[in-house]
Design a protein around this ligand. Sequence first.
Ligand SMILES: Nc1ncnc2c1ncn2[C@@H]1O[C@H](COP(=O)(O)OP(=O)(O)OP(=O)(O)O)[C@@H](O)[C@H]1O
Ligand SMILES: [Mg+2]
Length: 262
Amino acid sequence: MENLLSVRQVSSSYVSRSLGSFGRRIEKPVLHGINLEIAPGEIFGLVGESGCGKTTLGRCILGLIDYRGEITIDGLRQGPRANRREMAKRVQAVFQDPAASLNPAWRSGWILEEPLRINKMGGGAERRRRVDEVLELVGLDPSYKKRRVHELSVGQKQRICIGCALMLRPRLIIADEAVSALDVSMGAQILNLFRELHQNLSLGMLFISHNLNLVHYLCGRIAVMKDGRIVEQGDAEEIYENPRDPYTKALLEAVPEPPGLR
Ligand SMILES: Nc1ncnc2c1ncn2[C@@H]1O[C@H](COP(=O)(O)OP(=O)(O)OP(=O)(O)O)[C@@H](O)[C@H]1O
Ligand SMILES: [Mg+2]
């Protein structure tokens, strides 16, 4: 079976200039030869401490920054020449801070319709129907489309962000610390929502977190990243129970067991 996501030998750097009018070009390498694959409908976890490069890899996969190597999503190569609209139908993202992703004055329904408007998809009635469908998928009743963002709780805002990501029926979602800003019970609800969506829509997911417990709870396979390299990759249960890399062991010792998740 063809992979949904294939990341091969991906390296990436941030480039800046030193101060002054003749500023030198400074290259800061962040990712070093990353390889990973996600099968259609698989939830794959990426874990590693702050600053190791998880978000940078997510940005490469979303086509937001340059990289060396090769990334293909559902048969299409990601990069500067990729067809943006086709890519938008393949991969979407959910980030950590739902409030930062949403305009507080807008109504949820208008926000949810936005991906369809941008991509000029569907007429008015069809868009509204899709909004209702998606609200149901994320566990909100249709009345929520009239609510303005500032009238929603953090968890409800995150549900709207997840809804936006689902509007175009992507095959892959990148969830980057998508529950890290939520308290434990809200976080658990959103994790369960991801699990339901994965099961009901056979959605593929790259679930990024610094918390090995969360990743173990949700994902079948995981990769552990350290300083821009994958140090261990495989079955989540096996790695959790029997970590081979000393860094994975240290990560496991560093995270407290979250109550109410198991
Ligand atoms: N726009 C940028 N310009 C320059 N350096 C950056 C930029 N964004 C991130 N970095 C650096 O790249 C490295 C990797 O950052 P990244 O955000 O990918 O880490 P992360 O694993 O997602 O961390 P966290 O768990 O805190 O979200 C860090 O050293 C960071 O300081
Ligand atoms: Mg990050």
